[in-house]
Write a protein that binds this ligand. Structure first.
Ligand SMILES: *[C@@H]1O[C@H](CO)[C@@H](O)[C@H](O)[C@H]1NC(C)=O
Ligand SMILES: *[C@@H]1O[C@H](CO)[C@@H](O)[C@H](O)[C@H]1NC(C)=O
Ligand SMILES: *[C@@H]1O[C@H](CO)[C@@H](O)[C@H](O)[C@H]1NC(C)=O
Length: 278
């Protein structure tokens, strides 16, 4: 910098060589103002520093993970009462029974859901004692109680591959959401009513019962292959019920499960619309 007033002859070479010296100075062996050993120390310092940070992070992460049980969520809803859902996955079962394209999606949903309930799949599972909780707290890998598709009778899709949709008497499958560790007291069953109508309904299994043997559920990982108990509802529509907008409400009853919460209209109950035309 101070060599601005250099001799005219050197004018060209000087700025270039000082620029070069800035990167590498052959006299002192400095590279960008530092010697190799100085660079080495800096490198070592950061290596140790970041290594230490990474170690701290790993250690705290590991310590946190030790407090988690991989089978049970650490934080879960206070309300240990399941919601009710229906299949097909639609709140409006509206179709013209003379037009298969209008109900084939419903039939497909049910068929897909029931694949894992195939009797051929379920024979691999345990034949559990009816009416008893199947508690397996001691064992590592939990066994699964059989729920055979054939127990859904006319709604199993085995005798009638259209699940009653073709004849205009559709089946709807009702199930409780899974809750780890839930053991409903009493004898839960599904009760569906059609608002303002005296419509006949048929349940599979009988009386819409949900057996206690399917509880408790131990979680996705420990309870591999677990199948939820299902209840199928067949709406026995008559001639005069076609083209009528029907509101069906299903509730889980007969147990301590909540079905009447003001804030959550899916807690233990579900409401859907049915309109079948011909
Ligand atoms: C239902 O479908 C049939 C056949 O496609 C048709 O004749 C009938 O008018 C339809 N009904 C209604 C209410 O749309
Ligand atoms: C389940 O059973 C149905 C009807 O018997 C059959 O079409 C389907 O391939 C079976 N699925 C599995 C996964 O076994
Ligand atoms: C189903 O619910 C209806 C309406 O709440 C009630 O009148 C009926 O007694 C219930 N059925 C059973 C079996 O509890």
């Amino acid at each position: 910098m101070s060599k601005k007033e250099a001799k005219p002859g050197e004018e060209k070479a000087e700025p270039e060589s000082s620029w070069k010296h800035l990167i590498y100075n052959p006299n002192t062996g400095e590279f960008v103002g530092r010697t190799a050993s100085s660079w080495g120390l800096i490198l070592l310092f950061y290596l140790v520093f970041y290594g230490f940070l990474a170690g701290m992070f790993t250690l705290t992460m590991w310590a946190m993970l030790q407090t988690l049980d991989e089978n049970v969520p650490k934080y879960s809803d206070r309300v240990a009462s399941p919601g009710l859902v229906i299949r097909p996955k639609s709140m409006e079962i509206v179709y013209n029974r003379s037009d298969p394209s209008q109900y084939q999606e419903f039939v497909q949903h049910l068929e897909t859901l029931l694949q894992q309930y195939n009797d051929t799949e379920q024979v691999k599972n345990e034949l559990c004692l009816a009416g008893q909780y199947y508690e397996q707290d001691g064992s590592e890998q939990k066994k699964v109680c059989q729920f055979r598709r054939s127990s859904l009778g006319l709604c199993s899709g085995l005798q009638d591959s259209s699940f009653g949709y073709r004849e205009g008497r559709p089946c709807v499958i009702v199930k409780l959401n899974r809750i780890i560790g839930l053991k409903p007291a009493g004898d839960p069953f599904i009760n569906c009513t059609v608002k303002g109508e005296n419509l006949l309904t048929q349940y599979f299994p009988q009386e819409g019962r949900i057996d206690r043997m399917y509880f408790p559920y131990y979680g996705k990982k420990a309870h591999e292959g677990y199948v939820q108990p299902l209840v199928a509802l067949k709406l026995l529509l008559r001639k005069e019920d076609y083209s009528k907008d029907l509101t069906v409400e299903c509730r889980v009853e007969g147990s301590n499960l909540k079905n009447n919460d003001d804030r959550d209209k899916f807690l233990g109950r579900v409401t859907f619309r049915v309109l079948v035309t011909e």
